[in-house]
Write a protein that binds this ligand. Structure first.
Ligand SMILES: [Zn+2]
Length: 467
């Protein structure tokens, strides 16, 4: 047995890596020499993406005499050949004559169970991990008796991939190209979020690729197309470096610059009050865009009615956004908005006064910023209503009927007020009649009926107080 092996190897030609045929150079690791027993070139395969994949069978011996080096060689092989070949069968080391033995199939083979969820698989990679019933295999075997020979490690390769062999696995671990990293920083500077920067960058890759082959490579390669985690972390780092804390002084300096640029752009106007916890100054940012300015100028209803509504819980600092708008035939149209760090009356009053200072001359259809619109419609918020009264004392403040009825409905159903269940519905009905009465006279009539029917039973004064 020993002798046969020895003799057969002696008859084989030793190739330094440099002297290998080109096709083998492209897959076999450098810095080793090879004893080729069998090299059988097969007709090459054309993938659906028009990649030409060389096909061959190779039986070869490598100058490696221990398991550790054999594993090293295999890793170099995966990297060099851009293939991913997971282990598919564990051979029993029968007796002591086998030191190392592994059978591996291509990741696109049906022999390989795809480990979903073991690592985040991104959009591009998932299509690369599809099963194409690839038949490519590699078999490594190191037998004890061969160790004395010049080339002990036996390798049998069936290079019969039926798909693009550039492996998403290996490409997805590549370091992100420095130029790509800089491009992302540029996108962040232009105001992109991590997600929008990722989409913009992908679009750029689509445009830059000369053909489909190049595009596939660019998309799968982490060096040119980093994953979302990388982009998100880069963004966090960028924000930390350039803006500091969300509430830090660097952030407000940057915001002041943005406001300044906006005011110089001619697109609209904005004004800022910096947050200062020591002096108790709330954060306020008021904006009147070009569109808002035109609504003041062109829409008749601007002089008549202004709705004011605040919403919050949009971001981690939970700032409140208050929108002022009017309504006309096309629906709601905006007048202006302000963002505040709280909803206290003193903050809202300051915010409204700041907003007044940036309203256009022709605001409220020519009534002007000082006079304001005829009517304000608000939620049942005393802070809002009081602030409006201080800033626009001439205007009438109304509650929206929806909020009035809602508040009344809650009052009726509150057990503290001892309203009989059976009475709740008729009281609500009467309340609606009063609210929707088309004239003073009728309203008075409904009010009297209301008193007559429920007087004595309940303290009417407490009911009417809620109106
Ligand atoms: Zn394959």
């Amino acid at each position: 047995m020993n002798n046969t092996g020895n003799t057969s190897q002696n008859n084989l030609q030793v190739f330094s890596w440099n002297s290998l045929p080109e096709v083998l150079k492209s897959i076999l690791p450098q810095n080793y020499s090879y004893l080729i027993e069998n090299f059988n070139e097969l007709p090459s395969y054309r993938t659906t993406e028009s990649f030409i994949i060389p096909q061959f069978e190779l039986d070869v011996f490598v100058d490696i005499d221990n398991e550790e080096k054999a594993r090293e060689w295999f890793m170099a092989f995966e990297s060099k050949s851009k293939t991913t070949m997971p282990k598919t069968k564990r051979y029993e080391f029968k007796g002591k004559h086998v030191l190392f033995c592994e059978m591996r199939h291509c990741i696109h083979s049906d022999k390989v169970k795809k480990k979903q969820g073991s690592r985040e698989i991104n959009r591009q990679q998932s299509s690369w991990l599809r099963n194409t019933n690839c038949t490519s295999t590699i078999h490594l075997r190191l037998e004890r008796w061969r160790i004395e020979l010049s080339h002990p490690l036996e390798v049998n390769i069936k290079f019969t991939h039926n798909h693009v062999i550039i492996s998403a696995e290996s490409l997805s671990f590549r370091r992100v190209n420095e130029k790509v990293r800089e491009r992302f920083l540029e996108l962040f500077k232009d105001g992109h979020s991590p997600a929008s920067a990722m989409y913009t960058h992908e679009d750029e890759l689509y445009l830059s690729a000369a053909d489909e082959q190049e595009l596939l490579l660019l998309l799968a390669d982490r060096a040119s197309n980093p994953d979302y985690d990388y982009i998100f972390n880069l963004f966090r780092q960028y924000r930390q470096d350039s803006l500091g804390d969300r509430n830090g002084s660097a952030m407000f300096r940057r915001l002041a610059e943005v406001v300044n640029d906006y005011n110089n752009s001619g697109k609209g106007r904005a004004i800022l009050q910096e947050y200062d916890s020591r002096s108790g100054k709330a954060f306020i940012l008021c904006v009147v865009t070009g569109l808002m300015s035109r609504v003041h100028e062109k829409i008749l209803q601007s002089s008549e009615i202004c709705y004011m509504d605040a919403s919050a819980s949009f971001e981690p600092l939970n700032t409140s956004i208050t929108l002022l708008y009017t309504s006309c035939a096309v629906g709601a149209l905006p007048f202006g908005l302000f963002i505040t760090s709280d909803e206290l009356e003193i903050t809202l009053e300051k915010a409204l006064n700041l907003l007044k200072s940036i309203l256009p001359q022709h605001s409220f259809y020519g009534r002007g910023a000082q006079l304001g619109p005829k009517i304000f419609l608000t939620d049942d918020s005393s802070a809002e209503r009081n602030a409006l009264e201080l800033c626009w004392p001439e205007s009438i403040r109304l509650l929206c009927t929806f909020h009035v009825l809602q508040a009344f409905w809650r009052w009726l159903h509150n057990s503290k007020h001892y309203i009989n269940k059976a009475d709740r519905e008729p009281i609500m009905q009467k309340m609606k009649e009063i609210l929707y009465a088309p004239s003073d006279l009728e309203m008075h009539k409904y009010y009297c009926e209301f008193k007559q029917r429920f007087y004595g039973q309940y303290s009417i004064s407490s009911i009417t107080q809620t109106l």
